[in-house]
Design a protein around this ligand. Structure first.
Ligand SMILES: [Zn+2]
Length: 488
């Protein structure tokens, strides 16, 4: 057993539903054992010197293994033009020591001036190339890749109609193209996951909700010595089947457990594949239904997941997709569930959001706001990411980053939320208490006696910080009573 840790001389926020602070906190055997008490004789003393401490932060929606391993080596977000985009791939192909796929990520048509197609990428007969859009819901491939892919099959898939131009979206991307990409070894994945976790610890995160395939839980996350690294609640991308349920139940510890299953109901705003009630202003149609929703299987899917004791988690960005998710959850009173993103909510669906948990991503707001007027017009643009309106209607908010799409930095997310109209306390609540509850955890999110000994220590009191111009930064992170990060 580790020595107890005793934090003293600080402003320690024990319960984020309040703003009053305690002076001291003791952690032993991984949990909080006392608040405002004397230090045990053998304890490691940490003098906070007036600094602010709060429950370890939660990032309730990210893609740990996928983001750390397979989503590409070429950073296309630096390209500002067609020529720069092309040059990134030319340079990478000159340096490549193999003829394997070259995969990049992070382009954005706003920044590039246009949506790339296969002609934007080099074609040299040997190296297939792919570039994911920043939201990973769309990709462009080169001519060499097109020559290798089963285009007839992909073309009739949902999101596949532009494949012959090299553009592929949604199901056609994930079911038609991705199976042809090389897979990183488990060892490589583990190494990169640990690097990613280290960065998250430095941002005060002690609990993540991550979207994973069960094979990666078994082969990548579980074998890592997760002790004193990160608490992980996984949401599975696998189809909910008896075999997967059995495998899932094998992971049920304080550090790694399976919380739910995820289904995609639609696409994204950036790709204009989010499903809206009314047409896009600057693109044809109303977006796409994806996966389970497109197949008309949503109700069955929810029943299977809930009956097996897991939470249904639904990706729904467009207002029609959110409406469908809300309808599908009717009658599930008390069963944990989440709706992810919920970027647009129509007025007619507002009466149904009371008490519903939404996983939202404050760091997506500035980029989405920049395109909203042209994509949906001024009236619907006002509804985009309107968290104040959601709280007023009794919705519950849990903050996440969707890393690697945005940085896994809860304090940056809180700042984005504060700048977009939430209070500091509401933002903190969504990053602690509600983040934890949205992952089925009752022992994270608080520092009350019996809670997990997970603490983030900040350089500035967030209630006294000028968030318009700055934000606090993390100086120490403690997980289960172990110091996993210090600034110096
Ligand atoms: Zn995501």
């Amino acid at each position: 057993m580790n020595r107890p840790i005793h934090l003293e001389n600080g402003n320690i926020l024990i319960d984020p539903t309040e703003t009053s602070c305690s002076r001291t906190l003791t952690i032993a055997d991984g949990v909080i054992v006392s608040v405002d008490c004397e230090a045990p004789k053998d304890a490691l003393l940490i003098d906070l010197d007036g600094r602010f401490a709060l429950p370890g932060l939660v990032d309730s929606h990210l893609h740990l293994v996928q983001g750390a391993s397979g989503m590409g080596e070429i950073d296309c977000s630096v390209a500002q033009s067609r020529q720069q985009f092309f040059d990134l791939y030319i340079n990478a192909s000159m340096q490549a020591k193999h003829n394997d796929w070259l995969v990049g990520f992070g382009w954005d048509e706003e920044q590039l001036g246009n949506t790339p197609d296969s002609s934007w990428l080099p074609s040299n007969d040997t190296v297939p190339m792919l570039a994911y859009r920043i939201d990973y819901h769309c990709a462009v491939v080169n001519e060499t890749a097109l020559a290798m892919l089963p285009l007839d099959e992909i073309e009739i898939m949902n999101g596949g109609k532009n494949i012959r131009n090299g553009i592929v979206r949604e199901d056609a991307l994930y079911e038609g193209v991705c199976p042809h990409l090389p897979i990183a070894s488990n060892e490589t994945k583990r190494k990169r996951v640990l690097q990613a976790i280290t960065a998250m610890q430095s941002n005060g995160i002690t609990l993540i909700g991550t979207m994973e395939d069960i094979v990666d839980i078994e082969n990548v996350l579980s074998p890592i010595s997760l002790t004193a690294q990160m608490r992980i609640a996984a949401i599975l991308l696998d189809a909910p089947e008896e075999k997967i349920f059995g495998q899932s139940r094998a992971f049920d510890t304080d550090l790694l457990h399976i919380f739910g299953f995820k289904a995609f109901l639609d696409g994204t705003l950036g790709s204009r594949t989010a499903r809206m009630y009314l047409p896009w202003e600057d693109a044809k149609g109303t977006g796409l239904w994806a996966g389970i929703a497109q197949k008309g299987m949503l109700d069955t899917w929810i029943r299977d997941v809930v009956d097996a004791g897991f939470a249904p988690v639904m990706h729904a960005i467009g207002d029609a997709a959110v409406g469908k998710a809300l309808k599908a959850l009717e009658g599930l009173d008390g069963t944990p569930s989440r709706i992810e993103h919920a970027q647009f909510i129509a007025d007619k669906d507002l009466p149904f959001i009371h008490g519903q948990m939404f996983g939202v991503q404050p760091l997506h707001q500035p980029g989405d706001a920049a395109i909203a007027d042209s994509a949906v017009g001024p009236i619907r643009a006002k509804q985009l990411h309107d968290w104040r309106r959601m709280l007023q209607q009794g919705a519950r908010l849990s903050f996440g980053s969707d890393w690697p799409i945005a940085k896994a930095d809860p304090l940056a997310a809180m700042q984005a939320a504060v700048l977009h109209g939430l209070t500091v306390q509401e933002s903190m609540y969504a990053s602690t208490v509600e983040g934890a509850r949205s992952l089925g955890s009752t022992k994270s999110g608080f520092l009350t006696k019996g809670s997990f000994g997970d603490v983030a220590i900040l350089d500035t009191n967030p209630f006294e910080c000028d968030w318009q111009n700055t934000r606090p930064s993390v100086t120490m992170t403690i997980l289960a009573g172990n110091i996993v990060y210090t600034k110096d």
